[in-house]
Design a protein around this ligand. Structure first.
Ligand SMILES: Nc1ncnc2c1ncn2[C@@H]1O[C@H](COP(=O)(O)OP(=O)(O)O)[C@@H](O)[C@H]1O
Ligand SMILES: [Mg+2]
Length: 353
């Protein structure tokens, strides 16, 4: 393995990227996901502490005959935030309107949706950290006092009109809780973080999905896929489909441990679920920056990704897996990443520079 690499060595041609392991949603996912999305707490696997807390909140609000407090869910993509909003609506017996911040660009978008709400309804806003200032200002009194404050006229003739809204529950989801403005965050009564899933939980997700899609899989096969799913149900579900294609074409269709491992090797997804982009990111820091720290912009330019994808999609799992560390001066690779990528020894590498 060469130790000194040119920046271009780390860039990949677009087509060589492996979107299977990137937890962001695509159009294809939306249709596929809608048929496998759990609709109740019973079928929503894992997140047990969160589930228990939510079930109590829901029961209490039903007893009081009041809508739920506004809820904010945060965590990396694919962990079940949108799914959970649907489960809550189901449990409350409430209607849910689903939108996302980029669709609420103009004031009339958010006003329109707020005015269309019925009492007890749930409004789900995805990527809520991307709401613009004007939309946020409209949302504050709506969340707090269930009113819309509208201004009409110009300068001296300005009039404020207060329009009452039915009591509703806002559920916000974000991959970046830190990017949410303070005043908006403060208006959520309940804030929860979604955690990465364990291997056992992901194996359950995989078995459930396989059942719905009529895919035959044994327990070891489910665990083999679970281990390489980056703690993320969305990725686990995608991998089941890809592995099932392989099993069907190359074997008799049934997924076993051996077949799962073969298929995942072909997809270049390693034992920790890392793909080429992740490995290139770590290798870059090791080979060109002596393990770091190095700034995120430098990394992004060198591997040909944008900083948002790195921060929101690649990094959370690399941090969780203990392969990468965030420091005030930039990103650092941890000793275990050296071993995982086949570098001889952390200390050997250090003395090379
Ligand atoms: N707890 C869970 N149990 C079973 N499947 C899940 C769970 N969480 C997520 N999924 C699956 O993963 C997919 C992605 O979940 P989603 O709620 O869209 O994630 P997010 O909104 O956090 O990006 C869904 O289609 C769903 O089938
Ligand atoms: Mg979502």
């Amino acid at each position: 393995m060469s130790i000194i690499a040119d920046d271009n060595d780390f860039k990949q041609p677009r087509e060589a990227k492996n979107p299977v392991t990137k937890a962001e949603t695509t159009e294809f996912d939306k249709n596929f996901e809608n048929c496998i999305r759990p609709k109740s707490f019973d079928t929503y696997i894992g997140q047990s502490a969160l589930k228990e807390a939510l079930q109590i909140t829901i029961e209490a609000s039903k007893k009081r005959e009041l809508p739920l407090d506004h809820l904010l869910f945060y965590g990396p993509p694919g962990l079940g935030k949108t799914t959970l909003a649907g489960v809550i609506a189901e449990q409350m017996g409430a209607e849910i309107k689903i939108t996302s911040a980029p669709a609420l660009e103009r004031p009339r978008d958010i006003i329109g949706i707020l005015m269309s709400l019925k009492g007890g309804e749930i409004l789900f806003i995805d990527e809520i950290h991307r709401l613009n200032k004007v939309a946020e200002e409209i949302l504050y009194p709506a969340m707090e006092d269930f009113v819309l404050d509208m201004t009409t006229g110009k300068s001296q003739t300005v009039k404020t009109l207060r329009i009452p809204l039915p009591k509703f529950t806002l559920i916000g989801a974000t991959t970046k809780a830190g990017a949410l403005s303070g005043p908006l965050r403060d208006r959520f009564g309940i804030i929860h973080r979604l955690e990465f899933y364990t291997e056992d939980e992901l194996a359950q997700v995989i078995k459930r999905t396989a059942g719905i899609l009529n895919i035959e899989i044994d327990t070891k096969g489910a665990h083999a896929i679970a281990r390489r799913s980056r703690g993320t149900p969305r990725i686990a579900n995608r991998l089941v489909k890809r592995v099932s294609d392989y099993a069907l074409v190359k074997h008799d269709g049934k997924i076993t441990e051996t077949i799962a491992n073969q298929a995942l090797d072909i997809l270049k997804i390693d034992e920790l679920g890392l793909d080429n982009t992740d490995r290139n990111l770590l290798k870059l820091i090791i080979e060109k920056y002596n393990g770091g720290p190095v700034g995120i912009e430098t990394i992004a330019t060198a591997i040909g990704e944008d900083t948002r994808t790195i921060e929101d999609v690649c990094e959370p799992y690399l941090l969780q897996a203990g392969l990468l560390q965030r420091t005030p001066r930039g990103r650092k690779v941890s000793p275990s990443a050296y071993g995982h990528l086949g570098y001889k020894k952390y200390s050997d590498q250090q003395t090379l520079f």
